[in-house]
Design a protein around this ligand. Structure first.
Ligand code: 5GP
Ligand code: MG
Ligand code: MG
Length: 200
């Protein structure tokens, strides 16, 4: 007998594996054009951005470096407050570096807004942001994002690095889960309530 198949928990496919790979290749061409004669430091925000960094970095044909940060955001219920704590910091000295923050998704924008200011304060020559997904209807702060993969509707999405309760990161596609996964009834279209303290 086969083990439980996570694909059985999918209600709707938002972005297929092919959609994602095609868009990442386009973003890579834009980034290559912008970073001529510069070696960007890709800063992946753990854990959600692992797949984006891994595919984007291999698609880029220019010299680059990679580093990783883990942050946690404290909020009340479903909203992140913008109060961020560093769980794992970079190993790299940012002085004079061209930093490209790579994220999975921008929701309120509060986390990225904080992160951007934090990395700028370390003496980086430039700090830009690349995100695979953005929920435009949820944005609370105006954070300049140079590279955006896709705008998505205001639904809780998982897959391609994005989790629900640490699972579903290994799906190739970006999907919406069936409500029963969250313990809700099949008629309920709302996503899960984030824990007050979430590790992104
Ligand atoms: P914000 O932009 O509100 O500060 O927080 C963004 C973070 O919230 C993302 O990095 C991600 O960890 C989490 N998040 C926001 N929307 C979703 C979603 O639809 N699905 C998942 N899995 N995580 C989300
Ligand atoms: Mg993230
Ligand atoms: Mg998460």
């Amino acid at each position: 007998m086969r083990a439980t198949d996570i694909a059985d928990d999918v209600r709707e496919l938002l972005l297929s594996r092919d959609d994602i790979q095609e868009r990442i290749a386009e973003l890579a061409r834009d980034i290559e054009a912008d970073y001529v004669d510069r070696t960007p430091l890709l800063v992946g925000v753990l854990k959600g951005a692992v797949m984006v960094v891994s595919d984007l970095a291999r698609e880029l044909k220019i010299p680059l470096e990679m580093d990783w940060m883990a942050v946690s955001s404290y909020g009340s219920g479903t909203v992140s407050s913008g109060v961020v704590r560093i769980l794992k910091d970079l190993d790299t000295d940012l002085t004079g570096r061209d930093v490209l923050i790579v994220e999975d998704i921008i929701d309120s924008g509060l986390t990225l807004s904080w992160l951007r200011a934090n990395l700028e304060s370390r003496g980086a020559a430039s700090v830009e942001i690349c995100t695979l997904l953005r929920k435009p209807s949820r944005l609370k702060v105006d954070v300049p994002v140079r590279y955006i993969g896709f705008d998505v509707p205001n639904e809780f999405v998982v897959g391609y690095g994005l989790d629900y309760d640490e699972r579903y990161r290994n799906l190739h596609d970006v999907v919406v889960l069936r409500p029963h996964v969250y313990g809700a009834s099949e008629d309920d279209v709302a996503g899960p309530v984030d824990p007050a303290r979430k590790v992104l």
